[in-house]
Every structure is written in structure tokens, then in C-alpha cells.
Design a binder for this molecule. Structure first.
Ligand SMILES: [Ca+2]
Ligand SMILES: [Ca+2]
Length: 399
């Protein structure tokens, strides 16, 4: 298991143009050599030019006393025979049992990559995940990030769960800020879930994940937290390319447009005359042919409580997908799950009034278009003197 470093071979050749016969093997600093008897050992090694000076450094993870692991960057100095490895920088040591990741990654956009180390310390109660990033700054190689995150034991699954993405506690290195190609350290801490009534009880949907984001601040030469507990939406609405309607009121630009029924804005809606609403359709063409797993319908004027009350709401509708799937939803009988629907529920809008219907398909549909058809209306709650004879669809979206 224990592997002696081969770096010295390369470095010796670079430094003196010698042959492998002259190779020196890194066996640890003098301190380490004496400490080895106490159980210190090299677990990982990587030769990489971390400071863009044209010479590769030797990055290692070593086990030191107290069950701790430490990432270090060493430089071979002196001639191949007499020279020795000296420490350039060391990460913060941490009690850990294994090295989960150890790699060079171009994270912050400099001329050289950063060294990324992820250590794990599992225990019966939790797993401690320690992340270290070492890289070049104006002041030389430094530890740019050091933090430890806790993974709680996995909870017992409560019924079926359908996931739109990986919300399990884990670390990711990715550009999630600014789209500038610079990577952040992203810690996913757990799922954002939606529970809908299914045929045999509640079905949990993992529609997002909570995460903390740490971004590199060049002036400070380190990563700093820029977000905590923000949600990454795994079930974002699919992009719409075109919306057509069989009717609308009134047919004047700027008052009610078909695409307002699928523009992601509750304040806008597709309106049709209430008297002839039944059978009218809104056809939404999606960009490409994305996989659709969930349909959300806001079956009224969701812009305000007054608008919701005064307009006719859609009580029954049909959804036809270009993939061939189709189903009807009767909002007065939501517990009757249509064929092809896994789970379905109705909730108030985030603002507290109105309604939104969430419908999860049994199997994802890859579809270029979806048609929404009005089958029935719910009477408005008009007060004296009020007269609005329009039916409204604030939003239909596909996830
Ligand atoms: Ca270097
Ligand atoms: Ca809208």
C-alpha cells in the first residue's frame, strides 16, 4: 500500500539532465523520517507545477499523528545528489480516514491549476468531509480554502422518492457564479422536497437542493462564502420557443397574448371569453424536445387576489403531450389520479391566494410540444357591480 515517491526521478532529470540511475527518492523530511516510526506515511502524491514557474512541485497527502491527514506541497532544492525536499505550504491538518479526492484543477483562472483535496472521516454518527484548496497567490502558494462539512446519517426513506437531481450532501467544484469559467466550492447540504398525493400515499419529489457557495476573492487570496442555504432548482421550467392559442380576448396587442400563459410570470395570463372557453387550447412549443416529468398549472388570474376572485377559473383541463401521453384533470376530484399520472396536488400560490396544480407524470416524456385544453370553468366570486367575463390561465409550465 505504501508507495514511495517517484517525483525525485523526474526532478533530478530536470535539474541535472541525469538518468534515472541518479534518481533520488523522496522519503520524507528529516522530521518525517524520524516520525515514520510513529506511523507517518505518504498516502497520495502528484507532481504538478502549482505556481507556474516552470518547475513541478510535489503535492502529497500524509498521515501524521493523531489520525490526522495533511496536504503538503514540497519542492526539491539543491543538486540531485545532495538536494532535499522542503515544504512550500501545508494545508490545515484534519482527522480523517481516507482521501476522497486529490487532484489538480484549474479553479480560479490563473496560469496554473489549484490542488484540490477532499478528506473523509466516517463515524457511526456522521461523515466529516474536509475540503482543502491550495494554489498560487501574489504571496506565493497558499491554502485558499479550508472547511469541514458534516454529512448526517441517511434518514429512513418515507415512501417513494423521485429525484430531479443529486441533493445528497456532497461537494462540487463548478462555476455557479458569474459564468466566468472560475470554479466555486459548492457544498450541497440536503434536498428541497415537494410531497404530492399518489395512488398509494404521499410521493416525495426532490426538486432542488440547498447549498453553500464559496467563491475565490483575488484581493484576499482565498475563497469566501458568498451564499448559505440558497436553493438550486433541479426542476426549472423548460424553455418555451412558441405559444399559440385557438382564441383570446381581446385580440389587440398588449392586452392578452397567448405566450402570456407560459412566460413564467403570474401577472400575465392567457384570457379567453368565458362563454366560449370550453374547448379552447393553448399549444406550447418547447425548445428542443426536453424530458418533462412535471406539469404546473395556475388555472386563474394569479396576478392579484382581486383578479383571481373576479375571473373565471379553469376547473377541468386536458393536457396532451407530443410524446403521445395525455390526461385530464378535474380540480374538484383531484384524488382520482388519471392514467399516466404518478401523483398530483393543488396548493395556494406562494403569495397565499389562488391555486396551482402540480401533476407528476408516471414516466418522463421527451416532448417538443404540449397542448393545454380548457374543459370546464369555476364561477368567479363577483361582488355587486363587478362584471368580468373572462377565463384566465396565468401559467402552464413544464419541468
Ligand atoms: Ca512550480
Ligand atoms: Ca403568465
Amino acid at each position: 500500500m505504501k508507495r514511495l515517491l517517484t517525483t525525485a526521478t523526474c526532478l533530478a532529470m530536470l535539474a541535472g539532465g541525469g538518468t534515472p540511475a541518479l534518481a533520488k527518492k523522496y522519503r520524507g523530511s528529516e522530521d518525517e523520517l524520524s516520525a515514520r516510526k510513529a506511523g507517518r506515511e505518504v498516502l497520495k502524491e502528484l507532481d504538478i507545477d502549482l505556481d507556474a514557474d516552470g518547475t513541478r512541485e510535489t503535492a502529497v497527502v500524509e498521515r501524521i499523528g493523531g489520525g490526522r491527514l495533511v496536504a503538503r506541497v514540497l519542492r526539491f532544492e539543491g543538486d540531485p545528489e545532495e538536494g532535499r525536499f522542503t515544504e512550500v505550504v501545508a494545508g490545515t491538518p484534519k482527522k480523517a480516514k481516507r482521501v476522497a479526492r486529490f487532484e489538480a484543477r484549474p479553479m480560479v483562472g490563473g496560469p496554473s491549476p489549484e490542488l484540490v483535496v477532499v478528506l473523509e472521516d466516517p463515524s457511526p454518527d456522521e461523515v466529516a468531509v474536509s475540503v482543502r484548496v491550495i494554489g498560487a497567490t501574489d504571496a506565493g502558494l497558499q491554502e485558499l480554502f479550508a472547511d469541514t462539512f458534516l454529512v448526517p446519517p441517511k434518514a429512513e426513506a418515507e415512501g417513494p422518492e423521485i429525484t430531479f437531481g443529486d441533493a445528497s450532501p456532497h461537494v462540487v467544484f463548478a462555476d455557479v457564479r458569474g459564468g466566468d469559467g472560475q470554479e466555486e466550492v459548492v457544498w450541497y447540504s440536503g434536498p428541497q422536497t415537494l410531497v404530492l398525493p399518489g395512488k398509494d400515499g404521499p410521493v416525495r419529489f426532490v426538486i432542488g437542493a440547498y447549498r453553500s457557495v464559496f467563491a475565490f476573492v483575488p484581493e484576499k487570496g482565498r475563497f469566501e462564502r458568498v451564499a448559505q442555504g440558497e436553493v438550486e432548482d433541479f426542476a426549472a421550467a423548460k424553455a418555451v420557443s412558441e405559444v399559440k392559442a385557438s382564441a383570446q380576448v381581446p385580440k389587440i396587442w398588449g392586452t392578452s397574448q397567448p405566450f402570456w400563459g407560459a412566460d413564467g410570470d403570474l401577472e400575465t395570463s392567457w384570457n379567453v371569453p368565458a362563454k366560449e372557453a370550453k374547448g379552447q387550447t393553448l399549444t406550447v412549443r418547447l425548445k428542443g424536445s426536453p424530458e418533462v416529468r412535471m406539469v404546473r398549472v395556475v388555472p386563474g388570474c394569479g396576478g392579484s387576489e382581486v383578479d383571481w376572485r373576479r375571473h373565471q377559473r379553469i376547473s377541468k383541463f386536458r393536457v396532451v403531450l407530443g410524446s403521445g401521453q395525455r390526461f385530464e384533470v378535474d380540480r374538484t376530484a383531484l384524488d382520482e389520479l388519471p392514467a399516466g399520472v404518478e401523483a398530483m396536488g393543488e396548493f395556494p400560490l406562494e403569495e397565499g391566494f389562488g391555486a396551482q396544480v402540480l401533476i407528476a407524470l408516471k414516466r418522463p416524456a421527451s416532448t417538443p410540444w404540449i397542448r393545454f385544453e380548457i374543459l370546464g370553468l369555476e364561477k368567479p366570486e363577483l361582488r355587486k357591480g363587478e362584471r368580468v367575463e373572462e377565463a384566465c390561465l396565468s401559467e402552464v409550465s413544464f419541468h
